[in-house]
Design a binder for this molecule. Sequence first.
Ligand code: ADP
Length: 396
Amino acid sequence: MNVLVINCGSSSLKYQVIHSESEEVLAKGICERIGIDGRIVYQPKGGEKEITESPMPTHTEAVKMVLDALIHPVTGVLKSLDEIDAVGHRLVHGGEKFAASVLIDEEVIAAVEECSDLAPLHNPANLIGVRACQEVLKGVPMVGVFDTAFHQTMPMEAYLYGIPYEYYEKYKVRKYGFHGTSHSYVSKRAAEILDKPYESLKTIVCHLGNGASVCAVKGGKSIDTSMGLSPLEGLVMGTRSGDIDPSAVEYIAKKENLDMEGIMKVLNKDSGVYGLSGLSSDFRDLDSAAQEGNERAKTARDVFCYRVAKYIGSYAAAMNGVDVICFTAGVGENDGRVRESICSYLGFLGIEIDSEANKKRGEETTLSTQDSKVAVLLVPTDEELAICRETVAIVS
Ligand code: ADP
């Protein structure tokens, strides 16, 4: 089965075509600057990356261009569009309505629209991608895979905020959590690597990318995670503040004369390691600056690592122990210094890191020593493959 995986944002559309039996990526790329001017990046398996500038007034043109590229007589990977058997869409917020992936129909679209209130930047953009595919790929089954679904197993004590209960009842204000597809994929993979039943393990997954979150997975179920109602809660991220005293928000807003929109921009776009360092949200930049003696770059990394370690400690408490800690996503997969610094707080758990193994990047590696009481693994995430697998499971 060939599955087209779509991750649609407000002005971009990432895509992959995956052959589900071999799990080979036949082609991948991104359409960018949709609604502005338009550019498509297309890379067939084993081939060169092609970049074409072309007008894309809406996502429908973007999807058409992707399909044209896929069936191009020379560089295409499919003979015709009939070879696309299903489409898997990444959908960000499923609220409390979706605890699993679903076959997309009009009822599902309406329910996702209802969740848009909770994710005004993401859900409408995701649905534009769904509509564009419906228009161009008539009759092809489509599956929605939610970032929030994996976390719907969290117990009430983990997902309720300490605010008047009526806000939960009236507005569904609670912790939802994100990166669920990645946390699920990585925690399952960890069980396979350790050759232990998934249901028997207490796992902590650290998804450390530009957006970052930690998840406690007990017996194969998410029982807590650091992101909340929105992706702003939890860790200090590339540009997001993570946890902060709400009174500090009010205080800064008053001092800087910012309205709600202004202060939310500060917390989402101007904060995190970028705001702390005043330099960059990219850990490669922070690393080289810190090595050249830039104190604020070092401080930003230290704050980031400390916060991750604190979450790991609290999730070990929440699960009454931990068997395996996984590092994944851009920073988690590539930045050995960050991993080492986080693990330096975790000696109390009996964790020991093999410094040679910790030099590895981007490939599955056991980072802990033989004597370590908790396994520490580097597990590259693959959200597209996870979406492809979900899609096949639902369509079949
Ligand atoms: P997202 O999907 O949230 O945009 P990614 O998981 O792709 O994020 O992670 C992107 C981040 O990973 C970059 O901003 C950078 O900080 C970090 N990163 C990528 N490669 C490296 C590397 N070689 N060393 C350190 N950090 C890296």
